[in-house]
Write a protein that binds this ligand. Structure first.
Ligand code: SF4
Ligand code: SF4
Length: 86
């Protein structure tokens, strides 16, 4: 039920930052298939990422084959996904 989740986007501090020079060396780019929110996309062969809408599942951090390509932290307090139940 992704549709009922809300996101508080931190416009000043991205909680996930990519080193695009390392992504450029990555052939398979598994993040483009593994992210449940489809936030990793390819634009003319280069990775494009939008952290707004991240579910904080950590999948991209786990499956990324390039050490150091993803700088991943939980969002600052008060930001990020707000899961709604019921
Ligand atoms: S899997 Fe990692 S290194 Fe490869 S494109 Fe995605 S974020 Fe970059
Ligand atoms: S943590 Fe999960 S939802 Fe967020 S960008 Fe990574 S794979 Fe996508």
């Amino acid at each position: 039920m992704l549709g009922i989740n809300k996101f508080a986007v931190d416009d000043e501090e991205a909680h996930i930052v990519l080193k695009k020079e390392l992504c450029a060396l990555c052939q398979a780019k598994p993040c483009t298939r593994a992210c449940p929110a489809a936030l990793y996309t390819l634009k003319e062969g280069d990775i494009s990422f939008d952290y707004a809408g991240c579910l904080e599942c950590g999948t991209c951090r786990v499956i990324c084959p390039q050490k150091g390509a993803i700088n991943w932290q939980y969002p600052r307090g008060g930001f990020g996904i707000i899961f709604r139940y019921g």
